[in-house]
Design a protein around this ligand. Structure first.
Ligand code: NDP
Length: 279
């Protein structure tokens, strides 16, 4: 039997509708949530991501300003601009689009964002709060994954969750959030021995790697819930996740598509973080 498709696009639209009402209420109280997005360089994928984010802001009534820098920008320039935005009461959220040009130390730039305006949840103090079990701003993609699981009614307590990928922005935070929901969590990465066998033990399998079709049907336990975070551009120009969707959907119990799964949820969580920061 084919898996249930977890429709992130539809859930994200519901979340945006609810946010539109919240923003309208804030505006009536004299607060108009504002997001500043810093884009350095001319990476085409980053431009698309930023455009999608600023469009989503407009749709819910969040004011957004895009601040563009050439690829040759210096770290000092970026940090000076972030400090100004930190001090600007009309700006409630600051997002630095990654990756930054290679001469820039991304960690230093992210550390300059005021933690309370860090709507991406990448500041070390926000990641630390998550680790301590007292999440403040939760990174958007992991938050979106958890919301999808919750909405799908997937119980996590006592389940084995396997996360493939250990980045600070997806793999590690999603593993912590799953742990907080009492799942037994295994994190896999490029040095993991026998990835297939570990994945096959997962009741909930999260793929956040960036390798098209890394997760095959033979790596999935029948009935498992499979969340595909990966976004990969195929030679024909189409987007694909890290999971071989057509084959895995015949084995899994539930699965997210790419596109239309985690991606729209990431943007919905960004808007939610921005509105929370303004409230
Ligand atoms: P990173 O490149 O930072 O991390 C990738 C992780 O995958 C690393 O931990 C790496 O291991 C691991 N890995 C690489 N190859 C293998 C392998 N063969 N087997 C097992 N693990 C492997 O990526 P991100 O976390 O930033 O992003 C992951 C994917 O998610 C990308 O496709 C990205 O585009 C997508 N993404 C999607 C978002 C969305 O909204 N849908 C948002 C953010 C990201 P090691 O640490 O050992 O190198």
């Amino acid at each position: 039997m084919s898996a249930r498709i977890l429709d992130g696009k539809a859930l994200a639209a519901e979340i945006r509708t609810a946010l539109r009402a919240k923003v309208a209420a804030l505006v009536r109280h004299g607060v108009n949530p504002g997001l500043a997005v810093i884009l350095a360089g001319d990476d085409p994928a980053s431009k698309v991501y930023v455009r999608n984010k600023t469009r989503a802001c407009e749709e819910v009534g969040v004011r957004s300003q895009q601040i563009d820098y050439p690829a040759a920008v210096t770290q000092e320039e970026l940090i000076a601009r972030i400090r100004k935005l930190n001090a600007d009461p009309a700006v409630h959220g600051i997002l630095v689009q990654l990756p930054l040009p290679k001469q820039i130390d991304s960690a230093a730039v992210l550390a300059a964002v005021a933690p309370e305006k860090d709507v991406d949840g990448f500041h070390e103090s926000n990641l630390g709060a998550l680790l301590a079990g007292k999440p403040r701003v939760v990174p958007c993609t992991p938050a979106g994954v958890m919301r999808l699981l919750e909405h799908a009614g997937v119980t996590l307590a006592g389940k084995h969750a396997v996360v493939v990928g250990r980045s600070n922005i997806v793999g590690k935070p999603v593993a912590l959030l799953l742990l907080q929901k009492d799942a037994t969590v295994t994190i896999c990465h490029s040095k993991t021995k026998d990835l297939a066998e570990t994945c096959r033990q997962a009741d909930v399998l999260i793929a956040a790697v960036g390798r098209a079709k890394l997760v095959t049907a033979a790596m999935v336990k029948p009935g498992a819930c499979v969340i595909d975070v990966g976004v990969n551009r195929l030679p024909d120009g189409k987007l694909a996740g890290d999971v071989d969707f057509d084959a895995v959907k015949e084995v899994a119990g539930a699965i997210t598509p790419v596109p239309g799964g985690v991606g729209p949820m990431t943007i919905a969580m960004l808007l939610e973080n921005c509105v929370k920061s303004a409230a």
